[in-house]
Design a protein around this ligand. Structure first.
Ligand code: AMP
Ligand code: MG
Length: 479
């Protein structure tokens, strides 16, 4: 069904295709909504009237006050959180506003976060606060700027409410735009329901929405699985190549679409370090930078378990075919990583040893991961090493492998190696100021990280890690 409002034409294909996987639910009212940030580029992509969205009726929609006829729903999902299975997570503080078809014909979810308690809220308050919602906005834009598949935020609206966290903080609602909110956890919930028809309907819906090419395959569900595995192998390689640490790679935060979702305690590494962890709740480093590919594979194994009954009636055969597909993940990941690293280093051909050796040197000498590749193309990388001799030896080995046209090599490297990433101290500074009501640093930082590849004068302060002597960076769960 389509419901045309003055701003959007909302569709509800998800709620209709898998009625068992959501419940109609309404948002809390916000006492004094104030639009903090609107993503104009994304709004244009969605084909919505910018001026109208800024008006009180538009802002009201962005906190979930929907016109007659629009039904907002809370989605159900399960999930493994830090390895522990929770049969009932779901949108505890979020609502699906509806689906819209964007100007390029793509179906996209509009989803609110921080809109109040739902049936899935458990003991939590259903709220969100300004800092973490702006973090999600910011990091999503940075990822988009880097060319990495991601959900994006359309807006953050302050609600005018105080929300109790470690102290009373300004409340906010984020509007998130996603290819869909289908997650591994959605399949876990459907599978656990024991309703085979529901599971099949969900898988059919996922195929229609994300992988229509799988519809005609010999075994469409196995084909769906293969495509999710492929999309996620590519995604996690992209994260690794820019030093992104997601922080909460629970199965409910792993999408079927292959988009990055849920920016909570995430961060980018400074010095290259596979053990890098930023999240205050990740005591054992389960979601450390270097563990991410393996964790993703683990999450995809959980997805396979849900789909087994659809793969084959014979459970042994089902396990066998699923295992075969999943075993392709590691190779696919390694291929994406190797190709990506070759491009980052300016090499025409892959060279595993050369890559491993420079990473080892960078780790030992604590060289900044992002700065290194730009310095390499500029010919100044040597200065980043406290002991430059091993780098010199490595550089000589690389030299002989480079294509002849060095100017072209450097230009190609600069197209894949960002100058600007959301540096942790810059993110904290921008969010702290915004929480106190000053949005300037946030807007500036969004502007910087949205175009990460072209060096711009005057932005030198955004290109490096925090000055020495700053405390290690810790992110608290994105509440
Ligand atoms: P996340 O860690 O953001 O992926 O969230 C995990 C689960 O906790 C989801 O089911 C969320 O809806 C729920 N959740 C997180 N924060 C809150 C909150 N403040 N109120 C209600 N539910 C929450
Ligand atoms: Mg989540």
């Amino acid at each position: 069904m389509t419901v045309a409002t003055s701003l959007f034409r909302f569709e509800d294909s998800y709620a209709r295709a898998v009625p068992g996987l959501s419940v109609p639910w309404t948002a809390d009212s916000a006492p004094a909504p104030e639009l903090l940030v609107l993503n104009e580029e994304l709004a244009v992509e969605l084909g919505v009237d910018l001026a109208a969205l800024r008006e009180p009726s538009g802002v009201a929609l962005l906190v979930g006050q929907v016109p007659e006829g629009v039904t907002t729903v809370a989605q159900a999902y399960a999930g493994h959180q830090f390895g522990m299975y929770s049969p009932r997570l779901g949108d505890g503080r979020a609502l699906l506003l509806g689906e819209v078809i964007d100007t390029q014909g793509r179906r996209r979810d509009l989803h609110l976060k921080g809109s109040g308690r739902t049936r899935f809220a458990r003991s939590a308050d259903g709220k969100a606060v300004v800092g973490p919602m702006l973090r999600e906005y910011l990091i999503g834009e940075a990822m988009h700027g880097l060319g990495i598949p991601t959900t994006r935020a359309l807006a953050v609206v302050a609600t005018g409410e105080r929300v109790l966290r470690e102290r009373a903080l300004p409340g906010a609602v984020l509007t998130r735009v996603a290819a869909s909110h289908l997650r591994v956890g959605t399949f876990q919930y459907a599978a656990a329901s024991g309703d085979r028809d529901l599971l099949r309907a969900l898988a059919d819906y996922a195929i229609a929405r994300h992988y229509p090419e799988a519809a005609d395959g010999q075994n469409r569900y196995l084909d769906l699985y293969r495509r999710v595995v492929g999309a996620q192998a590519s995604l996690v390689a992209r994260w690794m190549l820019v030093g992104f640490v997601h922080g909460v790679m629970n199965t409910d935060n792993t999408t079927i679409s292959g988009e990055t979702i849920d920016y909570g305690p995430c961060a980018f590494i400074d010095a290259f370090d596979p053990a890098a962890v930023f999240s205050s709740i990740d005591d054992h480093g389960r979601y450390a930078y270097g563990n991410q590919p393996e964790v993703l594979q683990w999450n995809l194994a959980r997805l396979a378990e849900t789909l087994l009954p659809l793969f084959d009636d014979n459970s042994e055969v089902a396990v066998e075919v699923a295992t075969e597909v999943l075993s392709g993940f590691a190779d696919a990941y390694k291929r994406h990583w190797a190709e990506g690293m070759a491009a980052k280093l300016g090499l025409a051909a892959q060279d595993r040893e050369l890559v491993e050796d420079i990473l080892k040197l960078m780790r030992l000498q604590k060289v900044d991961f992002t700065q290194f590749f730009r310095a390499l193309s500029a010919g100044t990388a040597r200065t980043l090493f406290t002991e430059p001799e091993p780098f010199d030896a490595w550089s000589a080995r690389r030299e002989v492998l480079l294509p002849a046209d060095r100017v072209a090599v450097a230009a190609a490297m600069d197209r894949v190696n960002p100058v600007y990433i959301p540096r942790n101290h810059r993110v904290e500074e921008a969010l702290a100021k915004a929480t106190d009501g000053e949005m300037g640093p946030f807007h500036r930082l969004v502007d910087v990280v949205s175009c990460p590849f072209g060096e711009r004068p005057g932005l030198e302060d955004y290109t490096g890690p925090a000055p020495m002597g700053c405390a290690p960076y810790i992110t608290y769960c994105g509440t």
